[in-house]
Structure formats: structure tokens, C-alpha cells
Design a protein around this ligand. Structure first.
Ligand SMILES: [Fe+2]
Length: 218
């Protein structure tokens, strides 16, 4: 729990409070499970109330392994973040993991008037048979107060575990990534949450954020 306490403290500091709430009881019967699709079963594990960092419950039924957060001709630097979700061994890909991700706009702001809490740069992906996911979006900006690097938040939900968060994705070279932020990363989601972006000829910045499931998630 110390881990989550630390993260709460961190997120409070950067003005995007994230609070953990007790998991809801999962009372799905065997018969009910048999009648539900994978995404419906997964959404049973979404946090439903009093959770301002989660969003799995709003996933559409036809969720794909790829999501596009941005409008056509969206202002900002086009960005693709992709990766693979692996078992705790770090090698075996995991299909059917629901990823919810969201980030600020080019001014560092989440929801404006009439937009959802997390703004319009958000979406859902269900990892494919190879464990892959892909986000097409624009590069977010740091908060206007400059108190946090640019980042993308992720939550993961599976048929065997309830919605949980991983360390937010940040971008190597961001001057707001301090030594304190680097040392404060807890390895949530495994691998490296501070990713390197490369310019490619398709006009997108590309970065890879692979994810390693924790042992208590499988
Ligand atoms: Fe944030």
C-alpha cells in the first residue's frame, strides 16, 4: 500500500488527485459469466464509483486493440504510442487486457466545458492475440503550472483482476522529469515508463511502452 500512498502524494502535488477506493464485490454467477462477452466480463472488473483516475467502465463494446484519440487535422504533434502486454515473466503476450488511457491537450488541460472528466484525449483498447495495443493521438503538454512532465495515464483491467493503474508514460528529454520523479517510479507495469520518441517518415512521433502484468493480476 505504501506504493499507492506515494503515488497519491505525487498526483496530489501535480494537481490530478488519484484515490484508491475499495474494490467492488464481484458477484457474477457462473451462468451469468457464460452469457457475457469478454468485454462485458472485463467491465465487471471496472471500478464504478468514486474513482477519478479510472475509466474502464465506459469502454465501448466494439473496442479494438488500436485507438485514435485525435480528430483529423488535430493541432499538435502526431504521436503513436504502442506496446505489448506481457505476463509477469515479461515474455508471454497477454490478449484481452483492457487498457484505458488519457492525457491532456496541447495546453496541458484535461476536460474543458462539456467534455468528460479526463478530456477528449482518451480511449480504450483490448490487447489482441499478440498482446498488442496502439494509441494514435497528439503529444500532450505538461500542466499549465509546469509542475509535472507531459504524460499519458493508463489503467489496466482484465477478466482476472480489477481496474488498476500503472506508472504514467512520460517522454525522455522532458525537462520537467526530475531526478525525484525518476527515483519515485515504482516499476508499476514493469519495463520503462519514460519512453524515447523517434520521428518517423510517416509524420508521427513513435514510442513504445511495453507492460508487464503484476503477479496478483493473473
Ligand atoms: Fe495527469
Amino acid at each position: 500500500m505504501k506504493h499507492k500512498e506515494n503515488r497519491r502524494d505525487f498526483l496530489k502535488k501535480i494537481s490530478t488527485a488519484a484515490f484508491a477506493f475499495p474494490f467492488l464485490a464481484n458477484c457474477t454467477s457462473a451462468q451469468e459469466k457464460a452469457n457475457l462477452s469478454d468485454i462485458e466480463l472485463i467491465k465487471k472488473n471496472a471500478k464504478q464509483e468514486n474513482c477519478n483516475w479510472c475509466g474502464a467502465k465506459d469502454a465501448p463494446e466494439n473496442v479494438s486493440w488500436r485507438a485514435n484519440f485525435a480528430k483529423q487535422n488535430e493541432e499538435g504533434e502526431p504521436l503513436i504510442v504502442s506496446g505489448t502486454v506481457y505476463m509477469p515473466d515479461g515474455k508471454t503476450p497477454v490478449p484481452n487486457i483492457l487498457i484505458y488511457a488519457y492525457h491532456t491537450d496541447i495546453k496541458g488541460i484535461y476536460g474543458r466545458n462539456g467534455e468528460p472528466l479526463h478530456g477528449r484525449f482518451r480511449g480504450w483498447m483490448l490487447t489482441d492475440k499478440k498482446g498488442r495495443y496502439e494509441i494514435r493521438t497528439i503529444k500532450p503538454a505538461p500542466y499549465p503550472n509546469g509542475q509535472a512532465p507531459a504524460h499519458i495515464h493508463y489503467t489496466l483491467t482484465g477478466k482476472t483482476f480489477k481496474e488498476d493503474w500503472i506508472d504514467m508514460v512520460m517522454f525522455e528529454g522532458d525537462r520537467l522529469i526530475t531526478d525525484g520523479i525518476r527515483s519515485g517510479l515504482k516499476g508499476k507495469g514493469g519495463f520503462q515508463p519514460i519512453i524515447k520518441l523517434k520521428n518517423k517518415s510517416d509524420g508521427f512521433l513513435h514510442g513504445v511502452r511495453d507492460i508487464q502484468l503484476e503477479r496478483n493480476w493473473v
